[in-house]
Design a protein around this ligand. Structure first.
Ligand SMILES: [Ca+2]
Length: 223
C-alpha cells in the first residue's frame, strides 16, 4: 500500500521537467505534423497532390533555388517534369487563353517572377499565390480499346477538395468519380479526347490519344 504513495509523490517533480522536454521534443513536432496532414493526404480515390505556386523543388517554400531550377529549365539545361511545368508557370499573370496564370511554358520571365517573389519584392497578389491551379496527371496518355488510365490531381492554391471529372471530345470514353478513364470499346481511327477536372473556380485537362492499336510497345532494351 505504501509503495504506490511514494511512487506517485516522488516522480511528480522530476516528471514535470520531463514533461516539458517531452512537449518540446515530441508533442510540438507531432502537432505540426497533424496540422500539415490534411494538406498532404488525398481526399478521395485519386491522388491529389497539393503544391505551392512556384515551389518547383517541392520543399514547401518559394526560394531562390526554385528560381534557379526554372531558369535552368528555361535555358534548356534541364528537362522539366509535368509537375515542374504546372508549378513553375507563374508568368504571364493573368494567364493566356483559359489559363488563370501562365502560358504553359517555362521561360526566363517565370524564373524572374519566382526570384522576385522569393526575395519579397512581389506580394502574394502580384505573384498569383492565391490563384487555384489544377493539373491533371499524366498529361498525355495513349490507350487502346477498353483500356483504363487512373488520372491524378495536382492542386495549387486554395483549391477545394471536391472535383468533377468529365470527358471532352466526340471520341468518347468514360471517366468515373475516382478519376479512372475507360477508353471506348470501338476506336475506328486515332483520335484525341480531353479529360477535364473541375475544382472550384479552376479546371485542368489531360490529353488521351485513342489508338485502335493501343499504346506503342516500350522501347527495346539496349542489351
Ligand atoms: Ca510561363
Amino acid at each position: 500500500m505504501a509503495g504506490p504513495v511514494i511512487r506517485s509523490k516522488r516522480p511528480r517533480q522530476s516528471r514535470f521537467g520531463l514533461r516539458e522536454v517531452l512537449v518540446r521534443r515530441y508533442l510540438l513536432p507531432l502537432l505540426a505534423l497533424l496540422v500539415l496532414l490534411p494538406i498532404l493526404s488525398s481526399s478521395s480515390a485519386h491522388a491529389a497532390i497539393r503544391a505551392r505556386l512556384g515551389d518547383v523543388t517541392g520543399d514547401g517554400r518559394v526560394a531562390v533555388d526554385d528560381a534557379v531550377k526554372v531558369l535552368r529549365i528555361a535555358l534548356g539545361l534541364m528537362t522539366p517534369s509535368s509537375t515542374d511545368v504546372i508549378i513553375g508557370d507563374v508568368q504571364p499573370y493573368p494567364g493566356t487563353g483559359d489559363r488563370r496564370i501562365g502560358d504553359g511554358v517555362l521561360t526566363i520571365a517565370d524564373a524572374l517572377a519566382i526570384l522576385r517573389y522569393s526575395l519579397g519584392l512581389m506580394t502574394d497578389d502580384q505573384f498569383g499565390a492565391n490563384e487555384v491551379v489544377v493539373g491533371v496527371l499524366p498529361g498525355r496518355t495513349v490507350l487502346g480499346p477498353n483500356q483504363q488510365q487512373q488520372f491524378n490531381l495536382l492542386l495549387i492554391g486554395p483549391a477545394p477538395d471536391s472535383v468533377q471529372w468529365s470527358v471532352v471530345g466526340s471520341a468518347g470514353g468514360f471517366i468515373n468519380e475516382s478519376g479512372v478513364y475507360t477508353a471506348p470499346s470501338n476506336i475506328p481511327s486515332v483520335s484525341n479526347v480531353t479529360v477535364q477536372a473541375d475544382v472550384g473556380p479552376a479546371s485542368g485537362t489531360a490529353l488521351v490519344v485513342l489508338d485502335p492499336e493501343g499504346p506503342p510497345p516500350p522501347p527495346p532494351g539496349l542489351g
